[in-house]
Design a protein around this ligand. Structure first.
Ligand code: FES
Length: 153
């Protein structure tokens, strides 16, 4: 099914009102992992919402990828509880292992590293998400083991 047909189907399911925008974007991101500018424009046209508003919503929630990402997307929580539990050490561990910065994708296209907002596991920080899997109480050692697991595929 091409992406325009997917959007048409999702509009049938969720409706065309403004409140349907988030569920439609979430479902599309699940099915495609990447939403192009043209896709966002098409949604705007079909839902009668400005392209800027669609883009703003998609980019505000960093769970929606609007630029192409690596095969595995790592999102480290940057919100206060995780920050106080030294999430920076986890970010630095990942940066060093993969030789990339935050917002970058490794040369082999295997990993993208991002920071994101609270994921609701504040008492178990530091926390990161790899694709759809959540990892809590991270240490540098545990983080490296997790990355190795995804490297092996
Ligand atoms: S502050 Fe990190 S999960 Fe809530």
């Amino acid at each position: 099914m091409n992406i325009q047909t997917q959007i048409d189907e999702l509009i049938k399911t969720h409706g065309k009102e403004r409140k349907a925008l988030m569920p439609i974007l979430q479902d599309l991101a699940k099915q495609n992992r990447f939403l192009s500018k043209e896709t966002l424009q098409y949604i705007g046209i079909k839902m009668d919402i400005s392209a800027a508003e669609v883009y703003g919503t998609a980019s505000f929630y960093s769970f929606l990828d609007i630029t192409r990402r690596g095969e595995n997307v790592i999102r480290v929580c940057k919100t206060i509880s995780c920050d106080m539990k030294n999430k920076q050490l986890i970010v630095d561990t990942i940066k060093k292992r993969l030789n990339i910065g935050v917002g970058e994708t490794s040369h082999d296209n295997k990993f993208t590293l991002l920071e994101t907002n609270c994921m609701g596991h504040c008492h178990e920080g530091p926390v990161m998400l790899v694709n759809d899997d959540i990892y809590t109480n991270l240490t540098p050692q545990k983080t490296l083991e997790i990355i190795d697991k995804y490297s092996r595929g």
